[in-house]
Write a protein that binds this ligand. Structure first.
Ligand code: AHR
Length: 499
C-alpha cells in the first residue's frame, strides 16, 4: 500500500481555535464524584479534588470544559449547588436516575477548572426551567457586585466574577429522552428569548444553540434550520453531538467513523449557511461540537433500568487500541473543519466514557484514547493546512468506499514549531507507506514519527496494566530534499513532526 500527500503553507483551512480540545464534565455516574472530586482520597486537595486526576487533566491540555451536563442539566437547579454544603438539598437526578448530593456546584467547579488551567463552558437548564433561572445564573457568575445574585457569589467567597464566556442554551432539546423535550419551534423561541436576556446581563458572552443530538435523529436538518431561524441573531454557535461504536464486528466501517463525522459537519454548515442566506444575515454561525467520542451505546441499554442510587458506575467504557485510533481520527476530522468548528468537547473527561479512569481511594490512569487526544492537543495548534492525500480505498458497509489513509496537517505559529501531520492507516492488516512532499517548507530538516498501534488491536489499559497501550516512537524518517517516507503500521494513528 502506498499513499502520498503534499504539505504547502499556501493552502490554509484556518487557524485552530484551542477550544477544539475541550472536554466535558457532567454530573453523571462517577465523573464528578469519585472522578474529579473525592474528599479523603490520598491525593485530594484542601477542597476535596483529586490531585492525580487534576494532574492528568493538565497534561491533556484541555482549555475549556463543558459543565454540568448533558442530560443532567435539563432537570438541574443551579441554586442547589451554592451556599454552605451542609444545607444543600439532596435531589433525584431524573436523567440518570441517580442521587445528586450537590456537594459540587458552580463555585467548587470554578475552583477546580481554574486549577487545571481551563475555563468553563456552562450549560443552562431549558428543560424544567427557562429564562429567569438562566439570567440569574449569568448574574451570579459574571456580574461584578452590587446586585442580589452577584453579592450571593461574593458572600460564598468569590469576590471576582467568574467571567464565563461560553454558555449552552440547554442540551439535546431535540431528544425525546430529554427532560422537558421540545419541538424545534418551542425550543427555538425559548432559546432566543433566554439568550437575549442572558446577553443583557453580560453582553460579552457567546451562546450555543442546540443542534441535533445525532445525525440519525428523524428531525436532523429541519431541527437546525428551524432553531437557527429563531435564534440566528442571538446565537454564535450551533451544537453537534456524535458517538461512534463498532457494530456487529464490522471494524472496517468503525475505523471510517470520521467519514460520517465529516459528512455530518458539512451538512450542518450547509444548513446554517442556508438560514444565513434566506435571512440575509451577515454573520456566520459556527459549530460547537460539544459532545463526541467512541461510546458503546448498545452495551448501555441494560444499565438504564437501575434503581436510584448514589455514584453508580454508569457508561464506563474501556477503550481499546482500535477505539483510540478512531478517537485520533475524529480529531483529524474536527481539525479539517477548523474554519467552522471552533469548539469541541470530548465527552467525557473521567470514568464516564472517559479519557481518565479512577478507582475510589485508588489510582487514576490514562485510557488508550487519552494518548491521541493529548498529543493532538499539544501539537495540533497553529493553522490547519488543506491536504489532498492520494492512496488506496476500501469498501465499507456503513460508508461505501473510503480512503485507507486519513490525514491532516497543522503548521505551528512559531517558525521553529514546524509542521505536524496526523495520519491514520485504516487498513487492519497491511502497512501503508506514506510519501510526504514538504518541498515548499525548505527550512524543515528533520522528522519524528510517533504511532499508536499494537499487535493486539483489542488491548486496553486498566488499573493493573495502566500503561499497556501507550504511543511508541518509531525510527525517525529521513527528511531528504523536502521529502520523507514513513511506514504507518496496520490499524494505526500516527503523528509525524517535521521541524
Ligand atoms: O455524554 C453522555 C450523554 O450523551 C449526555 O448527557 C447527553 O447530552 C448525550 O446524550
Amino acid at each position: 500500500h502506498f499513499a502520498s500527500l503534499t504539505v504547502d503553507p499556501a493552502f490554509r483551512v484556518g487557524p485552530v481555535d484551542p477550544r477544539l480540545y475541550g472536554s466535558f464534565v457532567e454530573h453523571l455516574g462517577r465523573c464528578v464524584y469519585e472522578g474529579i472530586y473525592e474528599p479523603g482520597h490520598p491525593t485530594a486537595d484542601a477542597h476535596g479534588f483529586r490531585g492525580d486526576v487534576a494532574a492528568l487533566t493538565r497534561e491533556l491540555g484541555v482549555p475549556i470544559v463543558r459543565y454540568p451536563g448533558g442530560n443532567f442539566v435539563s432537570g438541574y437547579n443551579w441554586e442547589d449547588g451554592i451556599g454552605p454544603v451542609a444545607s444543600r438539598p439532596t435531589r433525584i437526578d431524573l436523567a440518570w436516575r441517580s442521587v445528586e448530593p450537590n456537594h459540587v456546584g458552580v463555585d467548587e467547579f470554578q475552583r477546580w477548572v481554574g486549577s487545571v488551567g481551563a475555563s468553563t463552558m456552562m450549560a443552562v437548564n431549558l428543560g424544567t426551567r427557562g429564562l429567569d433561572a438562566a439570567r440569574n445564573f449569568v448574574e451570579y457568575c459574571n456580574h461584578p457586585s452590587g446586585t442580589y445574585w452577584s453579592d450571593q457569589r461574593r458572600a460564598h467567597g468569590s469576590l471576582d466574577p467568574y467571567d464565563i464566556k461560553v454558555w449552552c442554551l440547554g442540551n439535546e432539546m431535540d431528544g425525546p429522552w430529554q427532560i422537558g423535550h421540545k419541538t424545534a419551534e418551542e425550543y427555538g423561541r425559548l432559546a432566543a428569548e433566554t439568550g437575549k436576556a442572558m446577553r443583557l446581563v453580560d453582553p460579552s458572552i457567546e451562546l450555543v444553540a442546540c443542534g441535533s443530538s445525532s445525525r440519525a435523529m428523524p428531525t436532523f436538518g429541519s431541527w437546525e434550520a428551524t432553531v437557527l431561524r429563531e435564534t440566528y441573531e442571538v446565537a454564535d454557535y450551533v451544537s453537534m453531538h456524535a458517538y461512534y461504536q463498532e457494530r456487529d464486528g464490522d471494524r472496517g466501517s468503525f475505523l471510517a467513523s470520521a467519514v460520517d463525522m465529516d459528512a455530518f459537519i458539512d451538512a450542518v454548515i450547509a444548513t446554517a449557511d442556508h438560514v444565513r442566506a434566506v435571512g440575509r444575515h451577515r454573520k456566520r454561525i459556527n459549530i460547537s461540537f460539544d459532545e463526541w467520542n467512541v461510546w458503546y451505546q448498545t452495551r448501555f441499554v441494560g444499565e438504564k433500568n437501575l434503581s436510584i442510587s448514589r455514584t453508580p458506575r454508569l457508561i464506563e467504557d474501556v477503550y481499546s487500541v482500535t477505539d483510540a485510533v478512531v478517537v485520533g481520527n475524529l480529531l483529524i476530522s474536527l481539525l479539517r473543519h477548523a474554519d467552522r468548528v471552533r469548539i469541541g468537547c470530548q465527552a467525557q473527561l473521567v470514568n464516564v466514557i472517559g479519557l481518565i479512569m479512577t478507582e475510589p481511594g485508588g489510582p487514576a490512569w490514562r485510557q488508550s484514547s487519552y494518548h491521541p487526544f493529548a498529543l493532538t492537543s499539544r501539537y495540533g495548534r497553529g493553522t490547519v493546512l488543506r491536504l489532498e492525500p492520494r492512496g488506496p480505498v476500501y469498501d465499507t458497509a456503513a460508508h461505501g468506499e473510503v480512503p485507507v489513509l486519513d490525514a491532516v496537517a497543522v503548521l505551528a505559529d512559531e517558525p521553529s514549531g514546524g509542521v505536524t501531520v496526523f495520519a491514520v492507516n485504516r487498513d487492519q492488516h497491511q502497512e501503508l507507506t506514506l510519501d510526504v512532499d514538504a518541498r515548499s517548507l525548505p527550512s524543515l530538516t528533520s522528522a519524528s514519527h510517533v504511532t499508536l498501534s499494537d499487535d493486539d488491536p483489542d488491548a486496553v489499559n486498566d488499573a493493573t496494566q495502566p500503561n499497556r497501550v501507550v504511543p511508541r516512537q518509531l525510527d525517525p524518517p529521513k527528511l531528504d530534499g523536502g521529502r520523507l517516507q514513513a511506514v504507518l503500521p496496520p490499524l494505526s494513528w500516527n503523528m509525524l513532526r517535521l521541524t
